[in-house]
Write a protein that binds this ligand. Structure first.
Ligand code: SUG
Length: 430
């Protein structure tokens, strides 16, 4: 008998790609808008992301990873009529429509919480885990992620006995994946209630998740108990472009800002009826304002159960630098509440584009058998992390300034880095 529980959550993080930059492509994402035009440090960014993955491994948690996408996305640029060799396509795009080139080279696939919505096996009619890649249709630079995401999901979760990978929802109906998904199940291996959070348009910033997409996903995944919840318009207007900027759920815990949902009373009542052990950790606006929640990304922490059953919150460093948030953490963590420990991670390069610890990961709840069916090249251990780290140090650019996006050198570096990564993965990583 193994002492590992029958199911465990494996976080698949997006490896931060060599073209990470600050192009300010996401209106409504305040950090990304604020940092538009700044110099980015892709090598540092990728190492920060990897250090977070190593922390998870050191805590005894399962960790996998997705590859950065091919950037610039030449085939997407060709769809706009740019022609010739790959370098000619990029050069023409940069000359004639530099915004399109910036959109084609974005490293935004790093935010794996937006890769797909995942319904774990205990929740679905056929007992398999279901994935739907997000169409990310609202933002041009993210709308071309899904074909490469779909391909990776099909490669990593290929075994049809355990996994079903669907096509995305039609692009007319925006879907941003697990960033707008929560699940309450106690224990996690039991059937749970899946919650999808949509936004209503009409505010100052785009509402990226449509209710039609949420319902389509529940239907296609065969989810027995799916709940649709509206995000509060104040939260979107304050810069919460995804629900995971103002709420996170894990097992029987819902950690949410007081202003996260349009009708919190209805949600809390629905959840309490389904899960008698539910613990709602609501953070009142008078203790942490929406502005501080969004600046610190408190709710974009990873809430995890350690192998010994204790719960830990993996928070971005910005939380400890935001006095009201630090005070809330100091008061709450370890104080007879459901969260026993806090760990701080530095993912500042991603944070400056509005991507915190939880944005960088996709949660995948796997039975032992299903975990054995996952493509081994995408599972991480310490030795694999060492090898990735060496590769990043050699191939990822140190800095990218806005004008560099048009540089053939950068395009060449990105292609070389990708070739090296793929070659590395062809041999077992560890
Ligand atoms: O979609 N930022 C991403 C951040 C995604 C965060 N993910 C979650 N909350 N789960 C976005 O807005 C900025 C890219 C730029 O401006 O260059 C960007 O795409």
């Amino acid at each position: 008998m193994s002492d590992r529980p029958a199911f465990r959550e494996v976080n698949f993080d997006g490896l931060i790609g060599p073209s990470h930059n600050y192009a300010g492509l996401s209106p409504g994402n305040l950090a990304a808008t604020l940092h538009a035009g700044k110099i980015a440090q892709p090598r540092k960014a990728a190492l920060q992301g990897l250090a977070k993955m190593r922390l998870m491994l050191s805590l005894g948690l399962g960790q996998g990873f997705f590859l950065p996408h091919e950037r610039p996305n030449i085939s997407w640029l060709r769809d706009f009529g740019f022609a010739g060799s790959d370098a000619q396509v990029c050069a023409q795009a940069w000359r004639e429509e530099p915004l399109l080139l910036a959109q084609a080279i974005s490293a935004s696939a790093m935010w794996a919480a937006n890769a797909a919505t995942v319904s774990p096996a205990p929740d679905t009619a056929d007992g398999r885990m279901h994935f739907t890649p997000a169409n990310l249709a609202t933002m041009a630079h993210r709308s071309h992620e899904w074909p490469q995401t779909l391909a990776q999901l099909r490669r990593i979760f290929a075994d049809p006995r355990f996994f079903a990978v669907h096509e995305p929802v039609p692009a007319r109906f925006g879907d941003e994946g697990a960033a707008n998904f929560m699940r309450i199940a106690a224990p996690a291996s039991e059937a749970g209630v899946e919650i999808m959070v949509y936004g209503e348009p009409g505010g100052p910033f785009p509402a990226r998740q449509t209710p039609e997409a949420c319902r389509a996903i529940f239907r296609k995944h065969g989810v027995a108990d799916g709940l649709l919840v509206q995000q509060s318009p104040e939260a979107i207007a304050a810069g919460a472009f995804h629900n995971d900027v103002v709420a996170v759920a894990h097992e029987n815990i819902l950690l949410a800002h007081e202003q996260a949902f349009a009708d919190k009373a209805a949600l809390y009542a629905d959840l309490t009826a389904r899960c008698p052990d539910l613990v709602i950790l609501e953070v009142p606006a008078r203790e942490v304002s929406l502005a501080d929640a969004i600046a610190s990304y408190l709710f974009n922490s990873q809430l995890v159960t350690l192998p010994d059953g204790r719960r830990a919150l993996i928070v971005p460093a910005e939380c400890m630098e935001t006095p009201a948030v630090k005070a809330w953490i100091d008061r709450t963590v370890g104080a007879n509440g459901p969260i026993d420990a806090v760990h701080v991670v530095d993912v500042r390069e991603s944070m400056h584009n509005g991507g915190g610890p939880a944005c960088l990961r996709l949660r995948v709840l796997l039975s032992q058998e299903a975990e054995r069916a996952v493509h081994p090249a995408h599972m991480l251990d310490e030795r694999g992390a060492d090898r990735l780290e060496a590769l990043i140090a050699e191939h990822w650019p140190e800095r990218i300034a806005p004008a560099d996006l048009g540089s053939p050198d950068l395009w060449g570096h990105c292609a070389a880095a990708r070739r090296a990564l793929i070659a590395l993965l062809e041999k077992p990583l560890s």
